[in-house]
Ligand binder design. Structure first.
Ligand SMILES: [Zn+2]
Length: 342
């Protein structure tokens, strides 16, 4: 029996009602949705737009917090929520988080990640007083960004496999049945919810949020994320490192789960049907990923994992040759092209 619950108080409420109860608050925002939301919420004492997680940039935002500010409120996607965490940590002010797309876990994790050069490093922890789930706002986000939310849940499929491979070799964090059970539960819930996510229904959004809060709480408790992060994330990081591209995270990870499940021989048909039903844009052409770059990235993945100090995973255990990489490409290239069919 897992004892993993949610780390933070999470409520379904409107952002409008939540901030109406605050006196002087700082809005740390992405736009959209801020321009539209600002028409109907009570005025904050300062608005800080978020777009860049570079540490030097974040430091320049600290003086923008007025002396009379009492609360930091993050409203938006990953950069807004992560910037809000940084500013709450620096200022010591209480934090409220309001995710406005269902494809980021930043509202449900306590670790503060900032970018220094090309690397993300974790510099501290901050716990929000409240996470507000405003289903009306979430449902108004672009469907593509909500559907991308399955990427970091689907990654449990390949992440768990990699963790088992590593722990069987005595590498890295030891296996924990409770975390593995959580990963398996999330995957079976995802299978059940995939059509709702595809339709971007309220139930689909509720599932994504519920999954993220459990993932965030489990990662914070365990101090690692092996049950949901493995070779699929490393492939995504390697691709972005090689090309300098910044893709929609969940879409890149969805594609990478498809690819690495082929390499692992780990039920790729199951992955393909979840991707198809949830309508996430995982086909490589939708992220302008070409065959040659994909294959080079996959062939170089063992070296990348070693150079960057990522966890032991399938590419340490098997030799990925041209034929194997080519089969992985064929699998991702066979996925539906959602953006083109819409
Ligand atoms: Zn991720």
């Amino acid at each position: 029996m897992s004892t993993i619950g949610s780390l933070f108080p999470v409520v379904e409420a409107s952002i409008e009602d939540t901030v109406a109860g605050l006196t002087t608050w700082v809005a740390v925002v992405n736009d959209p949705p801020w321009a539209e939301l600002s028409e109907r919420v009570s005025a904050p004492c300062a608005v800080i737009p978020a777009w860049d997680m570079d540490r030097d940039h974040l430091e320049t935002l600290v003086p923008l917090i007025p002396d009379n500010a009492e609360t930091i409120v993050g409203i938006g996607g990953g950069t807004a929520l992560d910037t809000a965490k940084f500013l709450a940590w620096k200022s010591g002010l209480p934090l409220i988080q309001a995710p406005t797309i269902a494809s980021v876990d930043a509202g449900f994790t306590d670790a503060i990640g900032v970018r220094v050069g090309r690397r993300v490093s974790y510099i501290g922890n901050v716990t929000p007083e409240l996470v507000v789930v405003d289903l009306d706002v979430l449902a108004g986000a672009p469907p593509r960004l909500n559907r991308a939310g399955i990427g970091d849940i689907l990654s449990c499929h390949t992440g768990l496999f990699d963790w088992k491979v590593a722990s069987d070799r005595g590498e890295g964090a030891p296996w924990r049945n409770d975390l593995a059970d959580l990963g398996s539960t999330l995957l079976s819930e995802l299978d059940q919810a995939a059509d709702e996510v595809g339709a971007v229904s309220r139930d689909g959004i509720r599932f994504l949020i519920s999954a993220y809060r459990r993932i965030g709480a489990a990662c914070a408790e365990a101090g690692h994320s092996r049950f949901e992060e493995g070779s699929e994330h490393f492939l995504g990081y390697a691709y972005e490192f090689r090309t300098g591209a910044h893709l929609v995270h969940g879409e890149l990870i969805g594609l990478a789960v498809m690819a690495m499940s082929m390499v692992q021989g780990n039920d790729p048909e199951w992955v393909a049907q979840v991707i198809r039903r949830s309508r996430i844009r995982a086909h490589p052409s939708e992220s302008t990923i070409d065959r040659a770059t994909f294959i080079q990235t996959l062939l170089g993945l063992r070296q990348f994992v070693s150079d960057e100090g990522y966890d032991y995973c399938i590419v340490n255990d098997v030799d990925v040759d041209e034929a194997c990489a080519s089969r992985a490409w064929d699998a991702v290239a066979s996925l539906p092209r959602e953006g083109i069919s819409e």
